[in-house]
Design a protein around this ligand. Structure first.
Ligand SMILES: [Zn+2]
Length: 81
């Protein structure tokens, strides 16, 4: 099984995800005014996730860092919607 290559997320896609998530971190709810927001792969590419919009969410840099150490089950639920 080949892994999804880690490609840069196009600007339009980043913008779409930020707008869909209302420029809020999907874990702690902070906005772009309060913190730096990143695009996160809900299912990491290393675990078979895709670069599809349904696998992308807005996270602040703090939550993004934390997620690397702890997989939040909420992300899985959201992904299955
Ligand atoms: Zn956050």
């Amino acid at each position: 099984m080949s892994k999804t290559p880690r490609i840069p997320i196009p600007l339009e896609v980043r913008k779409y995800v930020f707008q869909r998530d209302k420029y809020q971190c999907q874990s702690c709810g902070k906005t772009s005014a309060e913190t730096e927001l990143n695009i996160d792969h809900i299912i990491p590419l290393a675990s078979g996730g895709s670069n599809d919009i349904s696998n992308l969410q807005t996270l602040c840099c703090n939550c993004n860092q934390r997620k690397k150490h702890h997989f939040d089950p909420r992300f899985r639920r959201r992904f299955s919607n």
